[in-house]
Design a protein around this ligand. Sequence first.
Ligand code: SF4
Ligand code: FES
Length: 232
Amino acid sequence: MDVTLRIKRYNPDEDVKPVFKEYVVAVEPTDRVLDALNEIKWQQDGTLTYRRSCAHGICGSDAMRINGRNRLACKILMQELGKKITIEPLLGYKVIKDLVVDMDAFFAAYKSIKPYLIADDAPSSGERLQSPVDRERFDDTTKCILCAACTTACPITWTNEHFVGPAAIVNAHRFIFDSRDQGAGERLRILNTQSGVWRCRTVFNCTEACPRDIEVTKAIEEVKRALLYEQV
Ligand code: SF4
Ligand code: FES
């Protein structure tokens, strides 16, 4: 079947403002949006610019707005979208070119919550052991692929550039509730500041946007509860 992709194009070196350009592509219902973008880039217009790498929902590089919702282009099938598909860059970050946005602020926020194990004491045996129950406590947030779909779907991040954002809180959660980690207090103090977790208004856009089905809002609420009820 033929589908029309309406893609928001912008080259800051040449364009005064973004414009939509339409491309007609022959696709199978089971093709992904990424397949159609590749077809355009490789056969029709080599100037089309977007990020992608793994093509299997793992690297997180091809999050974009597809028919108004943040999705991974490599996970969404044509048959889910209809014959006219609008594709735009993620909201809230500066567009570098076409569908590529500047992710520096996103990764700075991620880095700010110390997304690594903090454990200064040497383990008593050769390994840092953990029970299955303790491992389960933070299992959901280990699934994050840092695609930024949640953070750029959040209306708070659109209006407050200092808000650390859902993805950073998800990754803080992953370590705060890890029984082997000793940095929970440090991370909770970081998230207890002006730009931290209290900026969240529980809109749930983040949970809806997550391609890994992480319960993002629940993770944020658990971090808030830890701040309210645990000694930090
Ligand atoms: Fe992407 Fe989900 Fe991680 Fe947010 S929590 S960055 S939406 S994988
Ligand atoms: Fe890696 Fe889509 S290309 S997640």
